[in-house]
Design a protein around this ligand. Structure first.
Ligand code: HEM
Length: 400
């Protein structure tokens, strides 16, 4: 089976290859990377819920036992961020951290953002409409979630322009093959971002405000053990996770609507009733985070294969979301789809903590864009960025 996730053709459109993988090699070990690749919906879902796999392994096996070199001290700032983040923890640490964050990141706090999201959306469109054209990514889909998550956490307005570049440099490390230059930028961003947040966190501890950073700091004050490093890692995680994928769902999704004019027309005609299933379908159809990895924590048999402790499994979310065993007519964009068990927000203990916020942002942003710019059109072929795991467009300029 020829599978090259670095080939430009694959990155441009991975979906035809996924059809072949699901049919001919739904589970296989890639000799070059040593990863197991898993492409069917049922297998991806089962493995996401399987506690014999984990996002980290060093609580079970040392790097030496894994045959890995000692950690490079050059990466210290980056390593420290991941080591203190729930994203890269397994129980019991994951349970404790996620529980504490959940306590501050309440459904009420999220719901209270609804009016604010609408106000920010309107302001961004007010600025764009007189121009007659807009890059939906840079002028709308990026500033909206960045502003929302910054408001929620309580990052001062004057500093917000720094968040996106820091975050962008850090998440580049999640690609399968990052370059040394990308690693350098990620290390520097991790250092600067952590220093910045350390000051902010200390300031909020002394002078609490009505924001999430203060709430997280108070959870720690109440004796529930969020260390300062954990607090910083949590803020970085929320700031990064809080906008990277949302931006790309918006871009990929809007492009899919332009490429399926019948669906765009249907949504324009029945916006209020269809916005919720439409957003779910856009989350499924062109998945913004194509792959997530898991470590094998103990030897196990799965689907006729033997996974050994210390091996890594790459779960192909983009493929699972197009599996005909889980979705009828999966290659078709259908904004009225009633059953939509997509795995875009993952499953199991790491299920996206921000899913309700992401859904609310996408519904308000897309609904308002369609309402305000019903004549919008796209008259060129936008290109995807040269990345695979994080799938998103370079730009998406629309005219109206
Ligand atoms: C459409 C937008 C989004 C998508 C597609 C998305 C997707 C994901 C996925 C797939 C995971 C789990 C990864 C795994 O299982 O290994 C995850 C975890 C997470 N997401 Fe999101 N996310 C989105 C938006 C957000 C937002 C808006 C926030 C916060 C404000 C957020 C916060 C988090 C956090 C904190 C985790 C870690 C949960 C844990 O490890 O227990 N996400 N997200």
């Amino acid at each position: 089976m020829v599978f090259d996730p670095n080939s430009p053709d694959f990155k441009r459109d991975p979906y035809p290859t996924y059809v072949d993988l699901r049919r001919d090699a739904p589970i296989f070990r890639d000799a070059q990377t040593g990863f197991w690749f898993v492409s069917r919906h049922a297998d991806v879902s089962a493995l996401l819920r399987d506690r014999r796999l984990g996002r980290s392994i060093e609580h079970v096996l040392s790097r030496e036992a894994l045959g890995l070199p000692p950690k490079n001290p050059r990466y210290a700032s980056f390593t420290k961020l991941s080591e203190n983040s729930m994203f890269d923890k397994e129980p019991p640490d994951h349970t404790r951290l996620r529980g504490l964050v959940h306590k501050a990141f309440t459904p009420r706090r999220i719901e209270s953002l609804r009016d604010q999201i609408q106000t920010i959306t309107n302001a961004l469109l007010d600025a764009a409409v007189p121009r007659g054209e807009i890059d939906v990514l840079e002028d709308f889909a990026v500033p909206l979630p960045v502003t929302v998550i910054a408001e929620l956490l309580g990052v001062p307005e004057v500093d917000r322009h720094r968040l996106r570049p820091w975050s962008h440099d850090i998440v580049a490390m999640y690609e399968l093959n990052h370059t040394p230059e990308q690693a350098d930028r990620a290390i520097q961003a991790a250092e600067e971002f952590s220093d910045y947040l350390r000051h902010l966190v200390r300031e909020r501890k002394h002078n609490p405000q009505d924001d999430l950073i203060s709430a997280l700091a108070t959870v720690e004050e109440a004796g529930e053990m969020l260390t300062e490093d954990e607090l910083i890692s949590t803020c970085v995680l929320l700031l990064n996770a809080g906008h990277e994928a949302t931006v790309n769902v918006f871009g990929n999704g809007l492009l899919a609507l332009f490429q399926n004019p019948d669906q765009l027309r249907l949504l324009l005609e029945h916006r209020t009733e269809l916005i919720k299933p439409a957003v779910e379908e856009l989350l499924r159809y062109d998945t913004p985070l194509q792959l997530f990895r898991r470590w094998v924590l103990e030897d196990l048999e799965f689907g006729g294969f033997h996974f050994k402790q210390g091996e890594e499994i790459a779960l192909l979310f983009g493929s699972a979301n197009r599996d005909p065993e889980a979705f009828s007519d999966p290659e078709r964009l259908d904004i009225t789809r009633a059953e939509n068990p997509h795995v875009t927000f993952s499953l199991g203990i790491h299920f996206c903590l921000g899913a309700p916020l992401a859904r609310m942002e996408l519904q308000i942003a897309l609904g308002t864009l369609l309402q305000r710019l019903p004549t919008m059109r796209l008259d060129y072929q936008p290109e995807f960025r040269d990345s695979y795991v994080i799938r998103g467009l370079k730009d998406l300029v629309i005219r109206f």
